[in-house]
Design a protein around this ligand. Sequence first.
Ligand code: HEC
Ligand code: HEC
Length: 159
Amino acid sequence: MRTILLFVACFIWAGSPLLAAEASEGKEVFQKMCSRCHKLPESGTRTAEQWKLVIDIMQGIMQQRGETLLNEKEKQQVLLYLQENAKQPSSARETGAENLFIARCALCHQLPEPGMLKAAQWKLIIKTMQQRMQQAGVPQLKEGETELIMEYLTEHARK
Ligand code: HEC
Ligand code: HEC
């Protein structure tokens, strides 16, 4: 038992500077790789979960444009850096659907307010946005993603 505790203690002790080093490398990778097409985004504008989704979307854009993607190690380092500097979730109930909506619908303009339209109107808007994504070379929503976002919008739409 003693040895196990000691082992765990050493692991934690040795682990945190290691993580800190990874995160600081992550900052460099972030600054280099994420300022190629637009100005560097502020880390505090999104939660860690939302950053995960945004990075996957960005990887899709890079791929479509023939730009160098982040490799797996760089991606993990950037996520670690962003996690340490990300926005705190506003509520414990922040759902996957809400995170997806935020990740997907605040890329080209401010996040729209769900209560400003009725569900049927949102459905049409999403169709238009899919076209805009295609025109802009941003990967379109997959079927399951459209459904999730529509569920979220329907729940919060103008009645
Ligand atoms: C190959 C080009 C490209 C690269 C590289 C790229 N992005 Fe983007 N990014 C885009 C495009 C296209 C948009 C959509 C808006 C626009 O047209 O500028 C966007 C929008 C964004 C937005 C929303 C606007 C904002 O500032 O809030 C965020 C956040 C973002 N990118 C994060 C990242 C991160 C993080 C990385 C690095 C992992 C990255 N991007 C790398 C092309 C790129
Ligand atoms: C590829 C970029 C891009 C993405 C991603 C995007 N939009 Fe848009 N959106 C636009 C453009 C361009 C306009 C029209 C000009 C403007 O208002 O900036 C627009 C306008 C809108 C409008 C105003 C109504 C209109 O038709 O002009 C709403 C509402 C909207 N978007 C909702 C969304 C939602 C919801 C999502 C997520 C599913 C989304 N947008 C994702 C580019 C985008």
